[in-house]
Design a protein around this ligand. Structure first.
Ligand code: ARG
Length: 456
């Protein structure tokens, strides 16, 4: 029997009921729905809209339903229209006409608006701690690899020497901004819509400050149409989650490259890799690939939310029921990715010799060679040109800047002396880059310390 049975002369068509129903995806909000209803029941009892005794019975009844769902004693009916209808129906079954008083001065529209905020506030907190956990793991890895020299790249061409610790800490910084995006999105979703009613509040003397306090909301929404009809907090969360996925996806792409025989900078733990069904030698970075691939789902979820919301007149429209699958999927996907990604990084072994070897080829100290001449008084453009000629010479002779004899240096520019070998040693190139934000091992350690303090 539907809530609106009085107005209708027949039951809803069975297949249409399935189409209309949201129970298969909103039943996960049972706890928030009950919390919201308890707060509402307490408030309408407190201000005298319903009898205090009945309010207490309703609260007890709701607590019983919660306990029974959690213990598995009460199964959520898959044929119910949505979780709100199911819980109210169950309450009425248990309490008779007292249960029917719960929905006084409330609508499913403000009910669902409060439930989803309560649910996403919790999940946003969970997400913040999961991202923090990853940042912690990155800090540990970066500290271990603070002085491991590797080539830094632009255009995926070896560019200048950096340290692996420095490279990892770039991701820590991105993730710190992700945390702050999540926290600020949390701040904006922390507004209580209950009391907005269907769209125009109510004539009952409700006290919204009571429900806001009971449900631990920071503030009360100030316009009833806005309260029930915006889902900007879902879009904002999905947007923050999409950016997290961009970061995880780039990190994954690098791990996939680093695992290849062409790089072999790292080796993933067996517990976070997979083999091949046919090629016995294979060890594949599937987890990183899946994270990279799953970024597409989360971007899709954001696109769903934006598109669902962009053309609907105020206030509530059923289109908005489509918000849940999208935002839940985005939250679930990011949580799943982090659950696999963080221990994968934690157990990842680095192979410093290979990073060092790659750094020794590709003339990544050429800028330092030019800078050496500049420090001896040459204009940078002349130094740049002389070094370019040296690199061409090395390529022709199959040598590196380190192995090219000093006589050859002097032939191209007589400012060179033996000191150049010191200036272009990879360790000196890296150690010398100690300005704020640089890759020098001491910088990495300072950065790790700073980031650890921020997330503590
Ligand atoms: N299941 C709906 C939703 O998730 C409940 C909101 C109220 N529905 C309604 N037709 N007024 O959006």
């Amino acid at each position: 029997m539907k809530l609106w049975a009085g107005r209708f002369s027949k039951e809803i068509d069975k297949k249409t009921n399935d189409f209309n129903s949201s129970i298969s995806f909103d039943s996960r909000m049972y706890k928030e729905d009950i919390e919201g209803s308890i707060a509402h029941a307490e408030m309408i009892g407190e201000v005298g809209i319903i009898d205090k005794k009945e309010s207490e019975l309703i609260i007890e009844g709701l607590k019983g339903i919660l306990a029974d769902i959690e213990s598995g004693k009460l199964e959520i009916d898959p044929n119910a229209e949505d979780i709100h209808t199911f819980i109210e129906g169950e309450l009425t079954e248990r309490l008779g006409s007292t249960g029917k008083r719960l929905h006084t001065a409330r609508s499913r529209n403000d009910q669902v608006a409060v439930d989803i905020r309560l649910y996403l506030k919790k999940e946003t907190k969970n997400l913040v701690s999961m991202v923090k956990e990853l940042v912690k793991v990155i800090c540990d890895k970066a500290e271990e690899n603070a002085s491991v020299v590797m080539p830094g790249y632009t255009h995926l061409q070896r560019a200048q020497p950096i340290t692996f610790g420095h490279h990892l800490m770039a991701y820590a910084e991105m993730l710190l901004r992700d945390i702050s995006r999540l926290e600020s999105a949390y701040g904006r979703m922390d507004e209580m819509p209950l009391g907005s009613g269907a769209l125009a509040t109510t004539t009952y003397p409700i006290d919204r400050t009571i429900t806001a306090r009971l449900l631990e909301f920071d503030r009360i929404s100030q316009n009833s149409l806005d309260g029930v009809s915006d889902r900007d907090f879902c879009m904002e969360l999905a947007s923050a989650l999409s950016i997290i996925m961009v970061h995880l996806s780039r990190f994954s792409e690098e791990i996939i490259m680093w695992c290849s025989w062409e790089f072999k900078f790292v080796e993933l733990d067996d517990a976070f890799s997979t083999g091949s069904s046919i090629m016995p030698q294979k060890k594949n970075p599937d987890i990183a690939e899946l994270v990279r691939g799953k970024s597409g789902r989360v971007f899709g979820d954001l696109m769903t939310l934006l598109t669902v919301m962009k053309g609907i007149a105020l206030a509530y429209n059923k289109d908005m029921q489509e918000d849940k699958e999208a935002i839940f999927d985005a939250v679930d996907t990011v949580k799943m990715c982090l659950t696999a990604f963080t221990p994968m990084i934690e157990t990842m072994k680095t192979i410093p010799e290979n990073m060092r070897k790659a750094a020794a080829h590709g003339f990544i100290n050429a800028t330092d060679c030019a800078d050496y001449l500049v420090k001896k008084g040459l204009p940078f453009r002349d130094a740049y040109k002389a070094t370019g000629t040296l690199v061409a010479l090395c390529i022709e002779k199959g040598l590196t800047l380190e192995t090219l004899p000093i006589e050859e240096y002097k032939k191209i520019c007589d400012t060179f002396d033996e000191g150049v070998y010191d200036a272009i040693s990879l360790e000196n190139c890296v150690n010398g880059r100690k300005v704020l934000g640089g890759p020098a091992p001491e910088n990495v350690k300072v950065q790790v310390k700073r980031v650890r303090e921020i997330i503590a």
